[in-house]
Design a protein around this ligand. Structure first.
Ligand code: FAD
Length: 359
């Protein structure tokens, strides 16, 4: 395996900001992953695992250690299970492009991930923050994850319970000691096994999708739902379209805050005092998930706003963008200003969704 030096990381991320990796390697097989881990270990260098670079903000100073790009390919499936044959198992290499896999599953008439169409990045990136959109989360269909355990130096298969999936989090991205069994940095995902439903109906739970199909008499097909999701995402700048500066982002920059009953009622009262109603959805354990986009917009940060060389997408208040010549420091300034603004206006600290690398 070739190990390169001083490789610029900006072109390998969707935000296209940040410095270089001191060392850079691409792994197409399990043994190359091990080799890169060994290279970093021997030199006591920090290792960063790179997928499609769609959920990252890389510091202008870059990464002082080894960046390992996962390029393990291969999709095996559908392997049909159970007597009626409607359970379809897919084993997919971590380096496979996620949306290519969704397209393949939909064309095999397999349901379960159609609403996750158009999310950029790799298959290996999907369990990390339990990607979700339009009423589906990848945790609903992940059967198990095959990974290199860098602590025990062996390949393990983690069943779904061991992945500890929650809203935008899993064992793979939660810090150790943060509660809920975080093991951030321990596992390098090699393959993901998905269990889909062959011939199953598409999910049309989300309001935007229901609106899209409101005039249609017949039930939409999986293909139609995939196309609708991609179309809606395109309108929101959430589909990577060449030339669309609004897509030069890391997607939603902040997570939707999940509030307990008291916090939620305090926020609702605050909004009511301004004759406003905050969009919210039920979350686990009688909690409430509130719209981060609404909080951002109602704190004075509107779509299309520019702060220095960074900006907010003209199509979605939650997407921080690099309009062209932004540096990571510009994105950070805008992030800080939004966090402070929302804190001052609503008493809520927004948590960034992308991974901050090298800060
Ligand atoms: C336009 C746009 C729209 C988006 N829309 C959505 C959305 O609707 N829903 C959503 O949930 N997300 C969304 N995202 C965020 C992003 O696409 C997902 O989080 C995606 O799954 C990240 O995958 P990646 O391969 O690009 O990971 P990267 O950005 O390369 O890495 C993200 C994290 O995962 C880790 N990682 C990546 N691969 C591996 C691996 N093989 N093993 C171990 N760790 C790994 C990295 O170390 C890093 O910590 C969007 C992003 C953009 C730019």
């Amino acid at each position: 395996m070739t190990i390169q030096e001083n490789v610029p990381l900006a072109p390998l991320t969707t935000l296209q900001v940040g410095g270089a990796a001191r060392y850079f390697a691409t792994a197409r097989r399990d043994d190359e992953v091990r080799e890169a881990v060994e290279f970093a270990k021997i030199r006591s260098l920090p290792l960063f695992v790179l997928g499609g670079g769609s959920n990252l903000l890389v510091a202008d100073s870059g990464w002082p250690g080894v960046v390992l790009k996962i390029a393990i390919g291969g999709t095996v499936g559908p392997g049909l299970q159970n007597t009626t044959g409607n359970q379809a198992l897919f084993t997919v290499g971590a380096g496979v492009n996620w949306d290519d896999f969704v397209a393949a599953a939909v064309s095999e008439n397999c349901a379960g991930i159609e609403c996750l169409s158009g999310i950029p990045g790799s298959v290996g990136g999907t369990p990390v923050q339990n990607v979700g959109a339009y009423g589906q989360e990848v945790a609903e269909t992940i059967e198990s994850v095959r990974a290199l355990d860098t602590k025990q130096d062996c390949v393990v298969t983690l069943g779904k319970p061991a992945c500890g999936f929650r809203y935008r989090s899993s064992v793979f991205n939660r810090e150790r000691g943060s509660g809920g069994g975080g093991e951030r940095g321990r596992y390098i995902i090699l393959q993901v096994n998905y269990r889909l439903r062959r011939g199953g109906p598409p999910s049309v739970k989300y309001a935007d999708l229901q609106k899209h199909f409101a005039q249609t008499d017949t039930a939409p097909s999986l293909v139609a739902v995939r196309e609708a999701v991609r179309q809606i995402r395109r309108c929101k700048g959430m589909l990577i379209v060449p030339g669309d500066e609004d897509a030069r982002s890391a997607g939603s920059f902040f997570k939707n805050p999940v509030l307990n009953r008291e916090q939620f009622h305090a926020l609702k009262a605050r909004a009511a005092s301004r004759s406003l109603e905050i969009p919210h959805y039920p979350a686990l354990d009688a909690q409430h998930k509130v719209s981060a986009a609404w909080l951002v917009e109602h704190s004075g940060f509107t779509k299309g706003l520019r702060l220095g060389r960074a900006g907010i997408s003209s199509k979605h208040a939650l997407a921080l963008i690099n309009p062209g010549d932004a540096h990571a420091s510009d994105i950070v300034k805008l992030k800080d200003a939004i966090q402070q603004g929302v804190q001052d206006a609503w008493g809520i600290r927004l948590e960034p969704e992308p991974v901050l690398v090298g800060f």
